[in-house]
Design a protein. Structure first.
Length: 115
C-alpha cells in the first residue's frame, strides 16, 4: 500500500510538470518583441513626467492652498472664511470631568453647549 501511494505520487508529479516543460515557441518570442516595442513608449512617458510638475513649491502661495476652504455665512450674514468665523470652544479638563460625575464620553458631551 505504501509503495503504491509513493508511486502514484511520483506519477502525479510527473504529469503536473510535463506541461510546464512543453512551451509554445511563439509566446516567448512574442513577449520578447512586445517588451522591446514597449520600451520606447514607456521611456517617452517617463521623460514627460517632470514637465507636468513644472510649477515649483516656491511659486505657490498660501492662498493657493486655502482657495478651496469653504466660506461660511454667519449669523451676521457676512461671508467669512472658516478660520476667521467666531466659534465657541469648550475645554473639558480633568476637574470638570470629576465634578460632573460623567461615566462616558456622551455624558461629557451633554455638558458642552450646542452639542
Amino acid at each position: 500500500m505504501l509503495l503504491s501511494v509513493f508511486a502514484a505520487n511520483q506519477l502525479y508529479r510527473k504529469r503536473v510538470w510535463q506541461p510546464a516543460l512543453v512551451t509554445c515557441h511563439r509566446a516567448p518570442i512574442m513577449m520578447k518583441y512586445l517588451s522591446r516595442a514597449s520600451i520606447l513608449p514607456m521611456l517617452l512617458m517617463i521623460s514627460a513626467l517632470p514637465g507636468q510638475g513644472a510649477e515649483s513649491v516656491a511659486d505657490l502661495s498660501e492662498q493657493d492652498f486655502l482657495a478651496d476652504v469653504p466660506v461660511v455665512l454667519t449669523a451676521s450674514r457676512l461671508r467669512q472664511n472658516v478660520a476667521d468665523a467666531p466659534a465657541a470652544v469648550t475645554v473639558i479638563d480633568r476637574q470638570m470631568i470629576r465634578d460632573s460625575g460623567a461615566w462616558s464620553i456622551p455624558d461629557l458631551f451633554r455638558l458642552v453647549p450646542g452639542m
